[in-house]
Design a binder for this molecule. Structure first.
Ligand code: GLN
Length: 242
């Protein structure tokens, strides 16, 4: 067996889109890949960079409206890379601000339209009330997913996407239905910061096993993760007030 087995993680726009602990998602994927006996190679992509080849997982975070404005033009220059990778089942996790920009647009409270890339069939409109607090989302594939949300945008899902899950505590996509996040192929968009992956290892492992299987044909771990802190952390997080 090749003991090296690299897996390329791409962190999208870490300079402008990276708040409320989102960087923890990269650290979690990195560590779990090592535990499983793969070699994580972490790359970053900021505006103006050249887009790397053979990316296995892409992760992006949230940001202020101003951060979203900053990256929007650049995002449109890499849309063909992102669409091709999404169509070939590459796993991606986009949180909050980049979740919104993977959709069609985000209309801010100043009535500015920040154009998204439409990879997810969603539209987002800023509303006067910010949706802030701890959130729990029930998903079929990953169980109850725990995180923290803070956004003015309310997102509505069209027919081309499915929800990531349904909210059991908190707000999620909007104040009109109980949906949270959206999914197309293996691209998951969600409002959950926290960061989301340390407390939700089933989701982290979905990204990892999908990426590894795409790259190497099967997932054959040579070790196991040290998960002893996860259940206690989840128990505390589940009891937190909104
Ligand atoms: N600026 C966006 C909003 O307020 C995204 C916020 C975020 O990424 N946390 O809806």
């Amino acid at each position: 067996m090749n003991s090296n087995r690299p897996i390329k993680l791409l962190h999208l726009y870490p300079r402008d889109m990276n708040i409320y602990g989102d960087h923890g998602n990269i650290l979690t994927l990195q560590r779990r890949l090592e535990w499983y006996g793969y070699t994580p190679v972490v790359l970053t992509y900021d505006p103006g960079d050249s887009f790397p080849d053979n990316v296995d997982i892409i992760v992006g975070g949230g940001g202020q409206d101003s951060g979203q404005s900053k990256v929007q033009d650049d995002l449109h220059t890499i849309v063909h890379h992102l669409q091709t990778l999404a169509d070939s089942n590459v796993p991606m996790l986009m949180v909050c601000g980049l979740y919104q920009l993977f959709g069609k647009f985000f209309k801010t409270s100043d009535d500015e339209i920040i154009k998204g890339i439409g990879l997810l069939d969603i539209e987002t409109y800023a509303k006067p009330e910010r949706l802030i607090g701890n959130i729990i989302v029930r998903t079929k594939e990953f169980g109850d997913v725990i995180g923290y949300e803070n956004h003015s945008g309310q997102t509505f899902i069209g027919e081309g996407a499915t929800a990531f899950g349904s909210v059991i505590k908190g707000a999620g996509n909007n104040m009109a239905d109980s949906s949270e996040g959206a999914r197309y192929n293996n691209v998951i968009g969600t409002y959950l910061h926290g960061s989301i992956l340390p407390k939700n290892p089933r989701l982290a492992d979905f990204l990892i096993t999908t990426a590894v299987t795409n790259r190497y044909g099967s997932f054959e771990p040579s070790g196991t993760p040290d998960d002893h802190l996860i259940e206690p952390a989840r128990e505390i997080a589940l009891k937190r007030p909104r």
